[in-house]
Write a protein that binds this ligand. Structure first.
Ligand SMILES: [Ca+2]
Ligand SMILES: [Ca+2]
Ligand SMILES: [Ca+2]
Length: 293
């Protein structure tokens, strides 16, 4: 009997070990796949997502500094409209989540990639984010995003996709934002800067406005297009600025439309705590040496 229990215990331990190895190899994180709250972490940065509310990407912390407005307000989130008759709809609250999960694709123990699939019988929207933190104390961070929109119907789909972002850069005072060209936005305040480059394709419309003008437009009862203001090269601010992009596309039957973008944060460097500790120890040793002489 004891031998059977020992054999079963050893088998269970082996199974556990194999599952652990499989989890590490597959990059499965400890997060439950049905949770709507996800945390990414990479080097000096963390990013948090609430994928089933308009908050969506609500926190981006770089070297201990917060760059998104957060709370119940959308940080960085998506809306869509099919045709021009009805209002815009929140991707995160009107389309059911079909699959989602955070993975540790570089095997360092922290998930840094998030995948969320929204969809119904006519439409599927896949969003994926990858956080690339900078070195500790560097003040820099990067987030790449891919959005894949599939028309599952047998007819062409007159599709409008909206990306909305409300960053509040660290420190007192308001921010400024400017479209430096048709597919790059630059939000800045002193030494703090956030840029987004749309790698592909160039958006159809864009808008920088003071909170909550654009958000009201996206959540009201009628259809709206972004107003292409201010003109390229003209900054709006200082204040609580938000910015948004709109893509208008007719997606052919059974086809997919891809959007790819990159966000980059630059802030002042932060002295590393580890460097401080080493410096303090070094000074202490120097003083001790002088005293004992
Ligand atoms: Ca990782
Ligand atoms: Ca609207
Ligand atoms: Ca803002």
């Amino acid at each position: 009997m004891i031998r059977i229990i020992r054999t079963l215990t050893a088998a269970a331990a082996r199974a556990g070990f194999y599952f652990f190895v499989l989890s590490v190899l597959c990059g499965i994180s400890a997060q439950p796949s049905d949770a709507a709250l996800f945390f990414l972490s990479d080097r000096n940065s963390t990013a948090s997502f609430e994928t089933e509310t308009q908050a969506n990407h609500f926190s981006w912390n770089v070297d201990g500094r917060q760059y998104l407005k957060g709370g119940v307000n959308p940080g960085q989130a998506f809306w869509y409209r099919i045709g021009d008759a009805g209002p815009e709809q929140s991707v995160h609250t009107t389309l059911p989540v079909l699959a989602q999960g955070a993975t540790d694709t570089n095997f360092n123990g922290n998930p840094e990639t998030l995948f969320v699939r929204y969809g119904n019988a006519a439409l599927q929207i896949d969003t994926s984010y990858r956080l690339n933190g900078g070195l500790a104390g560097s003040g820099t961070s990067d987030l790449t995003e891919q959005i894949s929109i599939s028309n599952l119907t047998a007819s062409p789909m007159d599709f409008h996709f909206f990306q909305y972002a409300d960053f509040d850069l660290p420190g007192p005072g308001g921010d400024n934002a400017v479209f430096t060209n048709a597919n790059t936005v630059d939000q800045f305040k002193g030494a703090f800067q956030l840029t987004e480059t749309v790698v592909t394709p160039v958006p159809s419309h864009r808008e920088v406005a003071f909170f909550p003008a654009t958000l009201n437009k996206l959540n009201n009862a009628g259809p709206d297009d972004l107003n292409d203001l201010p003109p390229i090269g003209v900054a709006l601010g200082p204040g609580d600025v938000t910015w948004a992009y709109q893509w208008d596309v007719v997606i052919p039957p059974s086809s997919t439309y891809l959007i790819s973008k990159d966000k980059h944060i630059t802030g002042p460097q932060v002295p590393e705590p580890a460097a401080f500790v080493l410096l303090t120890i070094g000074l202490g040793l120097l003083l001790h040496k002088r005293r004992t002489r």
